[in-house]
Design a protein. Structure first.
Length: 72
């Protein structure tokens, strides 16, 4: 729906506009991603516990702006 996807990485839930692998609903663990907060080479952690980490506030604000712009 939106151009970003959530990804747990480096102890926070971040958002990224990087493409996911073909057919994947999430970034596989170990995938390097660039996040909306500007951090590069974050390493995805697609474990159950990682999805419970706190959301990166910078990624949240950037994702919120993108979602509002897309919704008009």
């Amino acid at each position: 729906m939106y151009k970003f996807h959530w990804v747990p990485a480096n102890s926070s839930r971040h958002a990224s506009t990087d493409e996911r692998p073909e057919g994947a609903l999430v970034y596989p663990s170990g995938t390097a991603v660039t996040t909306l907060c500007g951090k590069v080479d974050q390493v995805a952690d697609n474990t159950e516990i990682a999805w419970l980490w706190a959301t990166c506030p910078e990624c949240y604000e950037a994702a919120l702006r993108m979602a509002r712009a897309a919704d008009g």
